[in-house]
Write a protein that binds this ligand. Structure first.
Ligand code: TYD
Ligand code: MG
Length: 466
């Protein structure tokens, strides 16, 4: 028997200590310490609390770097282009991926679609759901399409049973039992290990379950996807340690009312974290959006004051979108400033810059700024478009609907260069736009200009163009 010992650890970062503390020395969070269960022993008697040191094969010896082979077949291309790209070119064998996102955003749908594609490629897949019954999963599956028998479903919350299945194998179409090659666990907050004396979803369960899954995944070369729910603060519930343990962390996000969804890699040991995949939720599951710019600009009004086309970068991918502003006479003593999709402080700041540097009197006007399509953009390159939209609405004068505007605006009204200007200009040209107003600094560096470009240094120059 292991000696029973009390351990406390931080719910946020996993910092361990022998006594309770008000503030975590690791992440400086207050009141985040909780008591860990007594140390558990598993069947073989090895301790496996935390990530553990015996995760890989029992006898490991050092290898020469040049002798380590990474065969090409170690990656499986799923067949959902946007998903493959975010993963860095397909699914890596034996990798552990965490998929986080708000409830109802489509995590289960996305993973079920992935299972469908893989099963169609003769990959043995096991989908474990701790949230839904087999009937519920089947109902969802019926909306998506036909499935191959290479996909097995399991409704189970006890991880010990799942592990047994992985080790002993499951019966696929032939009678021989084989271990699955890809496993989805939906969700980490609903499963538990019997040996851990805590409720499912608690920090210790989540931690123990993940480390247990990690060990099996690496030992047997099974690729595992874990679904994780997201707390109000927008992080995957459970210790942040979870993110350290897995190879890849994907977030599936989007506005619940807007149909588009974005899959973003925030950590990826096998690829870049700059990639995003764009999907649209339809009646038959998620569909890839191959041209997000076209999607975001659908139904844009032409020749209306207050509507400007801007270009934001999602990782290395340019996405053109519409920034709208409405400036109207205020009926209050204190003018209203409201923004949707952009930081309200940024908007207030830009309005102050307009007032001071262009001399437009804004204090008698209410102003509203909106990014159409429900996207949230936190990028300074949108500044110039916001300024242009506000000015356009204020003067009630429409701007050329085939003009792209981007650039960062500083407090003295200067227009500063932004990253990846050439990509934005190219995207505009690809989308059939004919002109572009951009920072002078970027203009000077552009090598080829597929469309007419105007480099400006100050927002006063912008006011002249409009
Ligand atoms: P779900 O994948 O269950 O989300 P999560 O697992 O992230 O909680 O499904 C999300 C929503 O998508 C659900 O409210 C229903 C909707 N939906 C569709 O609009 N079309 C479809 O084809 C499917 C399967 C779901
Ligand atoms: Mg779900």
């Amino acid at each position: 028997m292991a000696k029973e010992k009390q351990v406390f650890f931080c719910k946020e970062c996993g910092y361990e200590a022998a006594k309770w503390m008000g503030q975590c020395p690791g992440c400086k969070e207050w009141n985040s310490f909780s008591e860990a269960p007594r140390i558990v022993k598993d069947v073989k008697g090895s301790r496996h609390s935390g990530t553990g040191s015996r995760l890989l094969s029992e006898v490991s010896k050092p290898s020469k770097i040049n002798e380590v082979s990474i065969a090409a077949e170690d990656r499986v291309v799923i067949g959902i282009g946007e998903f493959d790209r975010v993963l860095g070119g397909g699914l890596v064998k034996g990798s552990l991926t965490l998929v986080g996102g708000d409830p109802g955003i489509g995590k289960s749908t996305l993973l079920l679609q992935m299972c469908r594609e893989l099963a169609a490629k003769d990959v043995r897949v096991l989908y474990v759901s701790g949230e839904e019954s087999l009937k519920q999963i089947k109902m969802r599956a019926d909306r998506i399409g036909e499935f191959s028998d290479k996909l097995l479903l399991l409704s189970e919350t006890c991880l010990d049973h799942v592990e047994e299945l992985l080790v002993n194998g499951c019966i696929y179409d032939d009678s021989e039992s084989k271990a699955p090659e890809v496993v989805v666990i939906d969700s980490i907050q609903t499963i538990y290990k019997e040996a851990v004396d805590a409720a499912p979803g608690s920090v210790s369960q989540v931690r123990e379950c993940t480390s247990s899954i990690l060990r099996i995944s690496k030992q047997m070369g099974i690729s595992v996807f874990i679904v994780g729910h997201v707390t109000k603060e927008g992080v995957v519930a459970g210790p942040r340690m979870l993110e350290h343990m897995v190879d890849t962390v994907l977030y599936f996000e989007g506005d619940k009312v807007a149909a588009y969804r974005m899959l973003r890699a925030v950590k990826n040991r096998f690829g870049s974290t700059n990639e995003v995949g764009v999907f649209e939720m339809k009646g038959v599951g998620l569909e890839e959006v191959l041209n997000p710019s076209e999607y975001m600009l659908q139904g844009r009004p032409q020749d209306e004051a207050g509507s400007i086309v801007a270009c934001a970068m999602e990782g290395t991918r340019p996405i053109m979108l519409e920034v709208q502003a409405l400036v109207s006479h205020t009926s209050f003593n204190y003018p209203k400033r409201t923004s949707v999709g952009v930081d309200p402080n940024r908007m207030t700041l830009l309005m102050a810059v307009i007032e001071k540097r262009i001399g437009v009197h804004m204090s008698d006007y209410d102003a509203y700024v909106n990014v159409a399509g429900g996207m949230k953009i936190n990028e300074p390159s949108l500044d110039l478009a916001i300024v242009a939209a506000i000015l356009s609405s204020y003067r009630n004068r429409a701007i050329d609907p085939h003009m792209l505007i981007f650039g960062e605006v500083g407090l003295v009204g200067e227009v500063r260069g932004v990253a990846m200007a050439a990509k934005r200009v190219q995207e505009a040209s690809k989308m059939g736009y004919t002109s572009c107003v951009l920072p002078k600094a970027n203009y000077d560096q552009l090598e080829d200009m597929p469309i007419k470009c105007y480099g400006i240094q100050n927002i006063r120059e912008l006011a002249e163009y409009l």
